[in-house]
Design a binder for this molecule. Structure first.
Ligand code: PLP
Length: 412
């Protein structure tokens, strides 16, 4: 399809996201915008609950629909999907179910991971004697070669984000998996920053586990997510939390317990389901995934990455420091402004960045500060105008900076 035709298709979708009217909303890395359709689906569900009380079988069918759509989104089968409340829950469920022996290790680049993919391993270190082998980042990236070097005979798992939350580079997951699979080393990814934005095929990625939540690229609500576990592995794992939802019982009713002394785990990743679901979250994401599927994740990835590229080039052209420069092969939909990663999560020490941050806020450009940088992140509802607006604000800002006398702000 031509670039023009693609732009038209995405332009037609933009009014479905009213948040784009007021803002250049470049903040999906924090949370995505909700569409009119998603809001309508939530309203219809709540209206039904309010006036009818709600039928449980119908509610479960909504949750199952969302499971099916998660599976379709990433090229998995339904039994490989567990419905979770967020990434932390998915990572903990996967991590605690592995048959760790004390002294075995997990390889992780803690400096670039979100806490959701740090503390579960520190806890396993404390509780089960697992060693956390830390790889240092290089140039704001998780270095594949050093991750591979860190793997030894006692490595059970490597875990990494598909795209880091800052500065937002992609990690070559399939290359890692190709190395790990023959060694029997498991690969678990935190897909917070890629799910719903970058086309995903878990078979091609070769991962054993994949955790996502729905408030970012999946354009749903907080408190809802999923965990994919490769079927052959899932069937060997014993969940630490177990509820009726994770048990295979011939009896149909969700509250029937069958013979408790003879229970078996539910098939595949379903064993990680715990109790009742977040039905309203399921309703929301069921709708948003239908909308995402209508556009197609390949088209979304291509469109969004090309907008991010336009943004990085535009910012560099007006003299703003873009981390990684105007073009780098591993940039996805996130553009980080700044020269170095700081330890601080959501503050920025650099005065120039602080001033630019204020200008962007004043111009209704939604973005976030992460790791000492200004993080701009795009999704299917963004367009060239959003990008150009940001570049224009940056151009004015840089021009005003260069007009400023050298002694202003120097302090007395
Ligand atoms: C890489 C990454 N992982 C995880 C999360 C969130 O984890 P959870 O869904 O457990 O709150 C975020 C952002 O909120 C993130 O950027």
């Amino acid at each position: 399809m031509s670039k023009l035709a693609t732009a038209e298709i995405f332009a037609a979708r933009r009014p479905a996201y009213p948040g784009t009217e007021r803002y250049a909303y470049l903040d999906v890395a924090a949370r995505g915008l909700i569409s009119v359709g998603v809001r309508g689906a939530i309203d219809a569900y709540l209206d039904h609950r309010m006036s009818e009380g709600g039928d449980k079988a119908w509610m479960f069918s909504l949750a199952e629909d969302s499971r099916l759509r998660f599976a379709e989104l990433i090229g998995a089968s339904v039994d490989e999907i567990s419905l979770t409340k967020n990434i932390s829950e998915g990572i903990n469920a996967f991590g605690t179910a592995l048959p760790w022996q004390a002294g075995e290790n997990v390889v992780v680049c803690q400096a670039l991971e979100h806490p959701a993919n740090i503390f579960p391993w520190q806890n396993l270190a404390l509780q089960r004697g697992v060693e956390v082998k830390v790889v240092r980042p290089v140039g704001g990236r998780v270095p594949l070669d050093q991750v591979i070097d860190a793997i030894d005979a006692r490595t059970r798992l490597v875990t990494v984000s598909t795209v880091s939350f800052a500065p937002g580079f992609r990690f070559p997951v399939s290359e890692l998996s190709r190395h790990c699979r023959p060694l029997g080393v498991r690969v678990l990814v935190d897909a917070a920053q890629s799910a719903g934005i970058l086309h995903t095929d878990v078979e091609a990625l070769g991962v054993d586990g994949f955790a996502a939540s729905t408030q970012k690229g999946l354009l749903g609500l907080y408190g809802s997510g999923f965990l994919y576990v490769r079927r052959a592995l899932a069937d060997t794992l014993a969940p630490v939390y177990l509820s009726r939802a994770g048990v295979h019982i011939a009896a149909e009713h969700e509250a029937a317990s069958g013979d408790p002394d003879a229970f078996g785990y539910a098939l595949g990743a379903r064993r990680f389901d715990v109790g009742n679901f977040n039905f309203v979250g399921a309703v929301a994401v069921r709708q948003s995934l239908e909308e995402i599927a209508a556009l197609g994740t390949r088209a979304i990835e291509a469109r969004v990455c090309s907008l991010a590229q336009r943004l990085a080039e535009g910012l560099c052209a007006v003299g703003v420091p873009v981390f990684g420069g105007p073009s780098c092969a591993d940039r996805a939909h996130i553009v980080a402004i700044g020269e170095s990663l700081s330890e601080e999560h959501d503050s920025v020490g650099d005065e120039m960045l602080l001033a630019l941050n204020a200008r962007l806020n004043a111009a209704h450009v939604r973005h976030t500060i992460r790791r000492g940088m200004l993080r701009l992140s795009l999704h299917l509802y963004n367009n060239e105008d959003d990008v150009d607006r940001v570049v224009e604000v940056a151009r004015d800002f840089m021009a005003s900076k260069s007009r400023r006398p050298a002694n202003v702000g120097a302090g007395t």
